[in-house]
Design a protein around this ligand. Structure first.
Ligand code: RAM
Length: 348
């Protein structure tokens, strides 16, 4: 895996240390790249502030822009809504940035403001949570969406012994990345192999810690026979890990999903979450930095087949995405369990 190289680990460690020092603590700030090299500004907009995953991704973006000699602008609204992102994008248009990379809080609702940006010559693309193909030149996808859905259902099958009630604890109901993954989970569940697994509920913790805790508590209350929670969000899985651990439910209700090793090590160690998956969020942001500059330079236009070089990650090709647009795919998801979590918890 690309993010398993030694060089990658060292760079990631540097990012992680910077993160733990609070360098990425605020979601609304300019990168410190004081425009050595032309003063072009490249913007990234995450879903909301206070999400350690988003902070690491923006940290990777900042590093990728800075090493090319440009300035990064990192923004995120306090709440994960499209309305709040529209305000931020309007401000970025006024700032005449070269590109806007957005983790969309809605697939369609940002289209008018993103078109305004496009009409000003700003290169618009998404990462993490895609906006619709008409609103973007391409999308930086963290991992194959179908594979994420399948892998998480296989995990639930394995953890439950193949039968019982399972639930999903998601982010917001409008998040396109979680919604695609959940669609693929449902498709996977239609296979005869999963006939004895029942998806009883999809709950939404909105990527807010407290809401994710109360939604987990609600699931446990409403479904006393619940055997597994799948949380395809780092905020949700950490909240669910805490609730299950506080209640001593290890071995009764299993947890899996997509989690940050640094936040989940405790719950992997204590058995609440036997294993989970993720990719390197720092690399997602770093790759996006190179997509932004390649679009601004005209090296790529965002059509399938376009090729570019992404610094330490090497060469990438733009490919067709399942939603009709195009994407740049980082790589496969990686499994974290007791055997490797201690190695990774310091990285991201
Ligand atoms: C959360 C966010 C993000 C997602 C990760 C897995 O932090 O919802 O969009 O990619 O989880």
């Amino acid at each position: 895996m690309k993010h398993m190289t030694k060089k990658g680990i060292v760079l990631s460690l540097i990012m992680a240390v910077a993160g733990s020092m609070g360098v990425f603590a605020s979601g609304n700030r300019s990168g410190d790249g004081n425009a050595q090299g032309g003063g072009e500004r490249y913007a990234i907009v995450f879903k909301s502030t206070g999400n350690p995953y988003g902070e690491r991704m923006m940290g990777g973006f900042e590093a990728g822009i800075k090493e090319q000699g440009f300035t990064s602008i990192m923004r995120a609204p306090d709440l994960p809504t499209a309305e709040a992102q529209i305000q931020i994008i309007d401000q970025l248009i006024a700032q005449r940035v070269s590109s806007i990379c957005i983790a969309g809080n809605d697939f369609d609702a940002l289209q008018p403001v993103l078109n305004r940006a496009k009409n000003q010559g700003i290169k618009v693309y998404s990462l993490d949570s895609a906006v619709n193909p008409a609103s973007r030149l391409t999308h930086v996808n963290q991992a194959d969406s179908g594979k994420i859905g399948q892998t998480l259902i296989e995990a639930a099958y394995d953890l439950t012994g193949g039968e019982g009630e399972i639930a999903v604890l998601s982010a917001t109901s409008q998040a396109s990345n979680q919604n695609i993954w959940i669609d693929y989970m449902k498709k996977e569940l239609e296979k005869p192999k999963y006939a004895n697994l029942t998806l009883v509920k999809v709950a939404y913790g909105d990527d807010l810690r407290d809401k994710s805790v109360s939604e987990t508590e609600g699931l446990l209350l409403s479904y006393p026979n619940l055997k597994c929670i799948i949380a395809p969000t780092t905020v949700g899985i950490a909240a669910a890990g805490k609730v299950l651990s506080d209640r001593g439910l290890q071995g009764q209700v299993f947890l899996t999903g997509l989690g940050l090793p640094s936040e989940m090590a405790e719950y992997i160690d204590n058995g609440a979450c036997p294993y989970m998956y993720l990719w390197n969020p720092i690399d997602v942001g770093y790759l996006a930095a190179y997509v932004g500059t390649a679009l601004a330079r005209g090296t790529i236009t965002g059509k399938a087949g376009d090729q570019f070089s992404a610094g330490r990650l090497g060469a990438y090709t733009v490919t067709q995405a399942s939603d009709g647009g195009t994407e740049v795919l980082l790589g496969p998801p990686f499994k974290f369990d007791k055997a490797n979590i201690n190695e990774w918890k310091a990285v991201y």
